[in-house]
Write a protein that binds this ligand. Structure first.
Ligand code: AMP
Ligand code: TRP
Length: 342
């Protein structure tokens, strides 16, 4: 689909994280850390996407708590509710309504190409929920219900954002409203866009990996973080001096990447500092660094979680604000589609 973006509305950031388990270092570096930086640059809307979470089974007794858990992680990472809108998706009706309209815009062939569905469904695609298949359509609705122009995510979301652009472009084209929806820009670049598993440098760090040693959770204590880093898979070589030499050594590349993302140094500077040294020394420095960055977040998260009323208040005020922005956009969509409005 041709992508000519002639939208000239205001810049706005939207992103979301699913409340489907503990957050890990990949979520922090690929998403949360970027959220914090952006809140001083543009209007930001950060959602806890519970409608997406239920595309696979979620225990109803745990869902609200998991949602608060993600909200606490946002806030503890530095997202400021007086600057950014932080709310849960199911409280704002625009998401579901727009998702239906987009189901009638998106083509089955487009969804058939989504690699994340194929990865999640594996050989069992016939047994998956229709919601899991439609997941990227709901994601497009999240973004476009706010006419968001910028979307900070990790690299795994690239294809979903391309689909969002295709849906926006087809809607604009089919209804002869060429600048109604923006064609959003993914914000993926930067260190931490793809943090890999500590057990296998060719697989991404993920909530769903059965091995807890494969990831560092934001709830892990100092001892656990150090142990996981010490146990992280490496190879028999030493730390090399040049970037070329870490190509083809995925585990080394990943640990160096994590170090640089946490420290703010470039990969090259990290190599200069540790070249020729063994992994024992490097891992011990990395563990100290990771603990120093994650421990304060864990502490703050626990403080937010100990006051559920306050968290609920923040989420509910923000949900009202999110509805104020998205309701008029969805009302315009209804008019464009041609509903009678009675
Ligand atoms: P999820 O946990 O799938 O809801 O992802 C929430 C956010 O974290 C999304 O922006 C993802 O792209 C990002 N993310 C998830 N896993 C990783 C990873 N291993 N490396 C970098 N970013 C990630
Ligand atoms: N699919 C995203 C993930 O798993 C979460 C998400 C849902 C999202 N809606 C979004 C991310 C809108 C960015 C924008 O990581």
């Amino acid at each position: 689909m041709t992508d000519k973006n002639i939208y000239n509305g205001p810049n706005r950031v939207f992103s979301g994280v699913q409340p489907s388990g503990d957050l890990h270092l990949g979520n922090y570096l690929g998403a949360l850390k970027k959220f914090v930086k952006l809140q001083d640059e543009m209007e930001c809307i950060y959602c806890i996407v519970d409608l997406h979470a239920i595309t696979v089974w979620q225990d109803p007794k745990k869902l609200a708590q998991q949602t608060r858990h993600i909200a606490a992680a946002y806030l503890a990472s530095g997202v400021d509710p007086s600057k950014a809108i932080v709310y849960n998706q199911s409280s704002v009706r625009a998401h579901s309504e727009l998702a239906w309209y987009f189901n009638c815009i998106a083509r089955i062939g487009w969804l058939n190409r989504m690699t994340q569905f194929k990865d999640k469904a594996g050989k069992n695609s016939e047994k998956m929920s229709v919601g899991l298949y439609n997941y990227p359509v709901l994601q497009a609705a999240d973004i476009l219900a706010f006419k968001a122009t910028h979307v900070p995510v990790g690299e795994d979301q690239k294809q979903h954002l391309e689909l969002t652009r295709d849906i926006a472009a087809k809607f604009n084209h089919d209804f002869s409203s060429p600048n109604f929806f923006p064609l959003c820009e993914p914000l993926i670049e930067g260190p931490g866009a793809r943090v890999m598993s500590l057990r296998n440098g060719t697989e991404k760090m993920s909530k769903s990996d059965p091995s807890d040693n494969s990831r560092i959770n934001l709830t892990d204590d100092a001892d656990k973080i150090s142990k996981k880093i010490r146990k992280a898979k490496t190879d028999a070589g030493a730390i090399p001096l040049s970037l070329d030499e870490i190509e083809g050594r995925p585990e080394v590349k990943n640990l160096v990447g994590i170090y640089s993302a946490l420290s703010g140094k470039s990969d090259q500077d990290v190599l200069l500092e540790y070249a020729g040294k063994g992994f024992g020394i490097f891992k011990s420095a990395l563990a100290d660094l990771a603990v120093s960055k994650i421990h304060p977040i864990t502490e703050l998260m626990n403080r937010y979680l100990s006051d559920p009323e306050e968290l609920n208040r923040i989420l509910s005020t923000a949900a009202d604000r999110a509805s104020e922005i998205s309701d008029p956009i969805v009302a315009e969509v209804r008019k464009i589609i041609g509903f009678s409005g009675v």
